[in-house]
Design a protein around this ligand. Structure first.
Ligand code: MG
Length: 254
């Protein structure tokens, strides 16, 4: 387990008996509450998203092999888009598949959370504004993305930004591998080292444009293998040392 590595810390946001708190997660599922209700074990609590961002900035087409599978040219600079904060859900909560669309896809991604207000951050100082990392599923209605020519509707539905299961700091992101499973079958595998634009470039690019606030999220693009999030399936995004983000897919009730 990664928590045994020196300097690596896992921070859980949770709800227990109606109250919210934050705790360090130790080996074997042991929690050490920092604030909020006293709990001892991870399996006693309901997970909350590891951050409450004011915004989520996404990056499109940041892996060569994914750009190829989408039939798109590789961008010359990072391609940024926004997902609303209202799309965030925790590990364990359901992704609601909206009715009436052909193709709703999972996209397993590495996300980073900002530790402080960040504007005009150079590549050299980029990691000084990172609080930690977690898994993200950048859920997307592919037919709306094609039809609209931009991403607001396609990526903006409620529940389309699963984040978690917790926030991990103190590890080297460059060696991490991303795996996405659907009902236990591996569908995506990628390495952070294969990103077209690495993390410092992404942080410099986004903070050249807008102020990132503490807790804001940057999700860094998906490796190849995207596919349908069908009702009844369970989608898992796992990244080395970051844990497993697990969300069932349910039908929209209207
Ligand atoms: Mg994506």
């Amino acid at each position: 387990m990664n928590a045994g590595q020196p300097g690596v810390e896992r921070l859980v946001r949770y709800r227990f008996r109606g109250q919210t708190g934050r705790a360090r997660l130790h080996e074997d599922g042991v929690l050490e509450p920092l604030d909020g209700p006293p709990v001892r074990r991870l399996d006693e609590v309901e997970l909350l998203p590891p951050s409450e961002p004011s915004k989520i900035v996404g990056v499109g087409l940041n892996y060569h092999a994914h750009a190829r599978e989408m039939g798109k040219a590789v961008p010359e600079e990072p391609l940024l888009f926004l997902k609303p904060s209202t799309a965030v859900i925790a590990s364990g909560q359901p992704i609601v598949r909206p009715a009436g669309f052909e193709r709703v896809d999972y996209e397993g991604e590495l996300a980073l959370v900002f530790s402080r207000r960040a504007r005009h951050i150079s590549e050299a100082e980029a990691f000084s504004v990172v609080a930690g990392y977690c898994c993200c599923n950048d859920v997307t209605v592919r037919d709306l993305q094609q039809r609209d020519g931009q991403y607001t509707r396609a990526k903006g539905f409620d529940t389309f930004a699963p984040l978690g299961p917790w926030l991990v700091s103190g590890l080297n992101p460059d060696v991490l591998r991303i795996t996405t499973r659907v009902d236990g079958t591996v569908r995506q595998q990628g390495a952070v080292a294969d990103m077209i634009f690495p993390l410092p470039r992404l942080i410099a690019t986004v903070t050249r444009v807008m102020t990132m606030l503490p807790g804001d999220v940057l999700t860094t693009g998906t490796p190849p293998g995207v596919g349908q999030a069908q009702v009844g399936s369970v989608i898992e995004v796992e990244i080395d040392g970051l844990g497993v983000l697990r969300n069932p897919v349910v039908a929209e009730q209207r």
